[in-house]
Write a protein that binds this ligand. Sequence first.
Ligand SMILES: Nc1ncnc2c1ncn2[C@@H]1O[C@H](COP(=O)(O)OP(=O)(O)OP(=O)(O)O)[C@@H](O)[C@H]1O
Ligand SMILES: [Mg+2]
Length: 303
Amino acid sequence: MRTIAVMNQKGGVGKTTTSVNLAAGLADMGRRVCVIDLDPQGHASLHLGVEAFGDATTVYDVFAGRKTLVSARRMVGSNLWVVPSNLDLAATELELVDAKNREVVLRQAIQQMTANDPFDYIIMDCPPSLGVLTVNALTAATEVFIPLQPHFFALQGLSKLFQTTALVARRLNRDLKVTGVALCLYESGTRLAADVTDDLISFLDQSDANSPWANCKIFDVRIRRNIKLAEAPSFGQSIFKYAGKCPGAQDYAALAREVEAMPAAAKLPRLETSQDLSPQTITMDAPATAPAPSVAEDVRRAA
Ligand SMILES: Nc1ncnc2c1ncn2[C@@H]1O[C@H](COP(=O)(O)OP(=O)(O)OP(=O)(O)O)[C@@H](O)[C@H]1O
Ligand SMILES: [Mg+2]
């Protein structure tokens, strides 16, 4: 099973579009896929045709400890499920502040769901922030994919994002690897897109061999800007259902094939660290009188 966090704290770069259409592409290839919507905006849910009203069970109930992922997930296509979210999830950041082991709630829920019923892929659509929801995704994930819109400020945000994954990898999840960058909303033929891509390649080439992104690749496919990709969410359909032959569908089908062909992250070298990675370590780090520091807080401070 591959557990992938689709993450970038920058907004509007293609996280949800990539989570949903990659998941749908993999499901079309016969893989069993579950999307977990970790954004209170609920965009991945809506994109897959699920609007979680009123009493509907959502991922918020899972974080609150009231429901399991199995009871929250909905089947939205052949081989494809989504665990929906809605605005309620915004409360989780506050409600988990004092909770013990708050960074591992999702990991435990996924372990429970998949113990006897594994998926080929769990794909988590992260919100555009580095709070407790994103930290939960990174703690549960074995892989991180970063959608990136190639423009001038893209790389600036990337180093902050890498710091976050390094922090979570050191303290909570030694199996975490940033394995892929997907260039989204790509304007073929522009100088800027080519320049940013070159900068990204040299940034990754110079990375420390013991960093969580040491084996990160830039996916060969460029996800071109395509209006059909922007239209599909309002119909509650993946790009393959909405316009299966458009350039957007071709690009996401190519991405799904590339993802399938990647070497399993489990075979990549593990992060070497002498630290004990149990969540208790974080609690024990704290002075006796102070509340336990959370990784999310550390991330904010480091930023
Ligand atoms: N390749 C593309 N071509 C055209 N429109 C796109 C493409 N990718 C994404 N979009 C559109 O751009 C907007 C932002 O994309 P998306 O919602 O996937 O980004 P996001 O990173 O999830 O945003 P947020 O940070 O708000 O969660 C959406 O309206 C989406 O439909
Ligand atoms: Mg989104």
